[in-house]
Design a binder for this molecule. Structure first.
Ligand code: HEM
Length: 406
């Protein structure tokens, strides 16, 4: 699809000035006036942008909207991994392939399995907090992203997959490049190839000497039975590694920053830790860190909000807009940790691709937020809000760094 002379605007990404937690103000107008609107894409084509909660659930819940990046018309953004057919994970596939592959790892991320990891996640968090305490916050403050927000999910997913955490600098740097909105395509391709060859070597090593982790189980069960190829195991690993640490890390940073600025809520959660579960749902709704999608392409003509989306046309759904839809979440721009329907948010998506790691993300967030509130009651930003580098340049919103003191 090429653009008509009256070219549509690109996807709004900038939060309103002075308000780094809110989605672009434009979404509010679009929800009322143009719930389906055309946006331009970096390659010169266009796609539909959906902004209302009900329409977004309808689109994500309808498998006639495809996740297959190789289909003509799919609204590619660099971060979606390109149209590359062989190396894309099941997040970019449709049934029956998606169902077949997702089923192989579902049990690893079930609530019961993840709950059993809570003590280990608590231990990892406590150790990192001990290290923060020992080092002290000093004059400059400590970067909470580096000290806690990134290492917790990164250590946990490395442990689950069997990726050596000592290599975290390598995979964090490469996944950071894959998720950047500003990097040029050639550099992103280099990062993608480097991550692939790192994981390719890791999978080969596990084929020779399997351990007790998800990758080894995929190798000894599915690959050995001829149900998975070596490359499919590598693709699994790439997807879980990228999805498993950047996302939760940014939610931890933003949640900590929000609670540091809202002492009343922080005090309430300290006094009533049982409220933390609900608070995590509300923080997920409020922050909606996936700012660039999910994305789909229509496989047939489908009517949404009175507008026919033609087969082959792309759709970008604005999760942050759905989660601030006043018709579902009254007073949606206010953080209310006791909001009765916060858990109806679509921060983890909806439908068959709904986040596989959501139980894990929830436990990580509950543990880290609860521990921070308990152990650092005087935690506060070490710099003014205006000096915090927010990730408006990334597909996953958050802060690049968060200097704190206590
Ligand atoms: C706060 C943290 C997280 C958020 C906000 C988040 C958000 C999302 C969203 C919106 C989707 C749907 C994508 C689509 O429909 O195209 C998704 C899918 C996925 N997420 Fe997460 N995620 C988080 C944490 C995690 C973690 C910790 C893992 C760990 C393994 C993970 C693994 C996945 C996978 C594998 C998929 C693809 C599922 C499929 O296609 O069937 N995510 N996530």
């Amino acid at each position: 699809m090429t653009l008509s002379p009256a070219a549509p605007a690109p996807l709004p990404v900038e939060p309103p000035s002075g308000c780094p937690f809110d989605p672009p103000a434009e979404f509010g107008r679009l929800r009322i006036e143009e719930p389906l609107t055309k946006i331009s894409l970096p390659d010169g084509s266009w796609a539909w942008l959906a902004t209302r909660y009900a329409d977004i659930r309808a689109i994500l819940g309808d498998t006639r909207f495809s996740s297959d990046t190789t289909r003509p018309g799919y609204p590619l953004s660099g971060m979606t991994g390109g149209a590359n057919t062989e190396n894309r994970g099941f997040i970019r596939m449709d049934p029956p392939e998606h169902t077949r592959l997702r089923r192989m790892v579902t049990r690893e991320f079930m609530v019961k399995r993840v709950e059993a990891m809570r003590p280990e996640i608590q231990r990892i968090t406590d150790e990192l907090c001990d290290a923060m305490e020992r080092a002290g916050s000093g004059e400059q403050g400590v970067d909470l992203v580096e000290a806690l927000a990134l290492p917790v999910p990164s250590l946990v997913i490395s442990l689950l997959l069997g990726v050596p955490y000592d290599d975290h600098a390598v995979f964090q740097d490469l996944t950071g490049k894959l998720l950047s909105r500003t990097i040029d395509e050639a550099d992103r391709d280099v990062a993608r190839r480097e991550l692939w060859s790192y994981l390719d070597r890791l999978v080969s090593a596990k084929e020779a000497a399997p351990g007790d982790d998800i990758l080894s189980r995929l190798i000894t069960e599915q690959q050995a039975a001829g149900e998975l190829t070596h490359n499919e195991v590598v693709a699994f690993c790439a997807l879980l590694l990228v999805a498993g640490h950047e996302t939760t890390a940014n939610m931890i940073g933003l949640s900590a920053l929000t609670l540091m600025g809202d002492q009343e809520t922080a005090d309430r959660l300290r006094a009533e830790p049982a409220l933390i579960r609900g608070a995590v749902e509300e923080l997920l709704r409020f922050h909606s860190i996936i700012r660039n999608g999910p994305r789909r392409v229509a496989t047939e003509d489908i009517e949404i909000a009175g507008q026919v989306i033609r087969a082959g046309e792309g759709v970008v759904v604005a999760v942050p807009s759905a989660n601030r839809d006043e018709t579902v979440f009254p007073d949606a721009d206010r953080l209310d940790v006791c909001r009765p329907n916060a858990q109806h948010h679509v921060a983890f998506g909806y439908g068959i691709h709904q986040c596989l790691g959501q139980a894990l993300a929830r436990v990580e967030l509950q543990v880290v937020i609860g521990t921070l509130l308990r152990r650092f009651p005087t935690l506060r930003p070490a710099v003014p809000l205006a000096e915090i580098p927010f990730r408006t340049d990334m597909a996953i919103y958050g802060c690049h760094a968060l200097p704190v003191t206590w």
